[in-house]
Write a protein that binds this ligand. Structure first.
Ligand code: XIL
Length: 651
């Protein structure tokens, strides 16, 4: 099935957030606690509640229209589209915390598009991070703008603001909130991915905020390589001609160096995220296939590579020199990007030649998506074979591997690796993620457990394949650290995806266990059966005398099945070392798979025994496990639980 094969992004330039993480959706993992609200503006008290204009426009509480209650904030007298209401969040937003910002906007008359952003300043340097992009706004009703924002740098000025795209029309703002879900500490009692996969570096793509706090700790703990996800692209490094900026990339590179992580440089030449000036001729017109334009384009390319690759020198050991140059639908297999239409194959030759001159020791890669698809794979193979025969210094082929839970097959992926092996190139998996969606029309409010399990099997099988082929595969990088920040939240459509090893709260998913310890996700209904239940709880536990408390939650359900999450708390004063939790399913439910513990079920009686790493529960501490179950008809929660034979309070 190829339904979710990467769609070509045809825009020339995609704006990348600057040193901040923004995604357009707000969904959190099922079972998350209630968000904590740090800003609420409803304007019901008749004041502007701290909102001021960005310039000399008029800001006032109004009763003309209201999203909730009877008042909103009216913004009028604007003389430029960037003017609009703004509110201080310095001291409110903490670095490294992901805030969900929601605002309602309505035009006074006519229509426009509105967007929500954050302006931050450090010293004299200002930056503007878009949180919600242009969204149609009308006068006949309210439009919601919701997005997420994580501050990644130290600032001395921080304000959120709303502006419009084109007109200076008056508009209204109402019911603004900013909130966050409290983070969980990362798990330190589970194996590090880098330790369970010793054959090659395992990496993650990162953006600014992912080197901070718990994200930084998770990154260091599990990974041995990083790829700046946007910070080294042309729009970030050379936004205007011959003016180079490393403000986004330098902190990421410094973090990698401090922590001994390898760095994949991504990417020197691409058709996306490349400013339009690159393709504008000396006459101010879009470049065409003239000798003059070709010369100028290749000169710009050479200058760019000399500067960017030269800036980091040997600190970056691997570069994706060119990205996504193949189009299997062309007879010659070459994407008709402006690079190609102006310069032909010479842009690729020039890029590798210059990169080699600047970096004699770096590994130089050609990187692409859908390289498992035979038609594309073969065109890429032919190009690499041809260029290497010419002496173009291509050291490696990068397989992006943006895949999904049902595509591609292991056999096709293995054929991909085997295809390139005779070329004598290195191969790296450069951008792996496994979407929970199998086509562009699916959307789930929270990841269904069966998809998460399917995903775990994909990770298990793909990593097993890569490890078997460790003589060809020299690195595997995931395109993101955890599900709270993935590009798939907005590609190919906007919906919450969950394609990585850690969930939105940085906790290990079944996918993680697929890589770290596949025995935890099993393939049979009872993966690791221990002895039969030691004791079944009585149906009326006495909470008063208990030394344990159990929280049992169904976090997702679908016809015939459900996912459960169980937390066991030690409410006594003695440490627990090793535990068995027993309960009875009254509705005929069966546990199919269980993680972070092992399960035995006999009829209605279920016993879960701790895993090796969560057997000790200090007084006041907890242990958790999750499972998938089948349920036909009702799915009543167990009425009672016994821990090591003693009844627990049920919360
Ligand atoms: C993506 C980034 O992750 C996004 O933040 C950005 O908006 C678009 O680009 N193939 C690539 C990567 O080679 O550079 C892309 O990264 C994902 C697809």
């Amino acid at each position: 099935m190829r339904a979710l094969a990467r769609l070509a992004v045809t825009t020339l330039m995609v704006a990348a957030p600057v040193a901040a993480v923004t995604v357009a959706t707000t969904a959190n993992a099922a079972g998350d606690p209630a968000p904590i609200t740090v800003l609420t503006s409803d304007f019901e008290d008749g004041t502007s509640q701290g909102w001021t204009g960005r310039s000399a426009e008029t800001i006032a509480s109004s009763t003309a229209v209201a999203h909730g209650g009877t008042r909103s904030l009216a913004i009028s007298g604007r003389t430029a589209a960037w003017q609009g209401p703004s509110h201080d969040v310095l001291g409110t937003f903490e670095k490294g915390t992901a805030y969900t910002i929601s605002a309602w906007v309505r035009m006074e008359s006519g229509s426009d598009s509105a967007r929500l952003s954050v302006e931050r300043r450090t010293g004299e340097v200002a930056a503007y991070d878009q949180v919600v992009g242009n969204t149609a706004v009308i006068s006949g009703g309210w439009t919601n703008l919701t997005g997420r924002y994580t501050l990644a740098t130290d600032v001395d000025f921080l304000r959120i603001y709303v502006e419009t795209a084109s007109t200076t029309g008056s508009f209204y703002l109402d019911d603004v909130t900013a909130s966050y879900v409290p983070s969980l500490p990362i798990q330190t009692d589970i194996p590090a991915v880098k330790d369970v996969v010793p054959e090659f570096p395992v990496g993650a793509a990162i953006t600014g905020a992912e080197i901070i706090g718990d994200h930084g700790s998770l990154l260091k703990r599990h990974f041995t390589s990083v790829t700046p996800g946007n910070a080294l692209k042309w729009d970030a490094t050379e936004p205007t001609e011959n003016t180079f900026s490393y403000a986004q990339a330098d902190p990421l590179i410094a973090f990698a160096e401090t922590n001994g992580l390898a760095i994949r440089g991504h990417t020197l030449v691409w058709h996306n995220q490349t400013p339009s000036w690159v393709f504008t001729g000396a006459d101010g017109q879009p470049m065409t296939a003239t000798a003059e334009d070709k010369e100028l384009l290749l000169a710009r390319l050479e200058n760019h590579i000399r500067n960017v690759a030269g800036h980091y020198g040997s600190d970056i050991g691997v570069w994706d020199v060119v990205n996504e140059v193949i189009d299997e639908n062309q007879a010659d297999g070459l994407r008709r990007s402006t690079w190609y239409t102006v310069a032909g194959l010479d842009y690729i030759r020039t890029a590798f030649r210059v990169a080699r001159e600047v970096l004699p020791d770096a590994k130089l890669f050609i990187n692409d998506y859908n390289t498992n698809v035979p038609a594309k794979r073969d065109k890429l193979y032919n190009l690499v074979a041809q260029l290497r025969a010419e002496g173009v210094p291509i050291d490696g082929v990068g397989h992006q591997m943006h895949i999904n839970v049902s595509w591609p097959s292991i056999a096709e992926t293995e054929a991909m690796i085997e295809k390139f092996a005779p070329l004598g190139v290195e191969q790296q998996v450069t951008e792996m993620d496994v979407s929970i969606y199998t086509n562009s029309s699916e959307t789930f409010p929270a990841p269904p457990a069966d998809r998460l399990l399917q995903q775990a099997y994909v990770y298990r099988d793909m990593f097993a394949l890569f490890r078997e082929h460790a003589s060809e595969i020299t690195s595997v990088t995931l395109w993101g650290l955890a599900d709270d920040n993935t590009w798939l939240d907005t590609f190919p459509v906007t919906r919450k995806d969950a394609p990585l090893l850690f969930d939105t709260r940085l906790q290990a998913k079944p996918a993680y266990w697929g890589v770290a310890d596949p025995s935890k996700i099993g393939t049979s209904p009872s993966p690791s059966v221990s002895s039969s239940p030691s004791s079944s709880p009585s149906s009326s536990p006495s909470a008063g005398s208990s030394t344990c408390a159990v929280t049992y939650r169904v976090t997702g359900s679908w016809p015939g099945g459900f996912q459960g999450d169980v937390k066991v708390a030690n409410t006594g004063t003695a440490a627990i070392s090793g535990w068995k939790l027993a309960w009875r399913f009254a509705g005929g439910q069966q546990v199919a798979q269980l993680w972070n513990g092992s399960v035995a079920q006999s009829g209605a009686d279920v016993t879960v025994t701790n895993a090796s790493w969560n057997g000790a529960i200090a007084p006041g501490g907890t242990a958790s496990f999750g499972f998938l179950g089948s349920a036909t008809g009702g799915n009543p929660a167990p009425a009672a639980f016994a821990l090591n034979g003693t009844n627990c309070a049920v919360l």
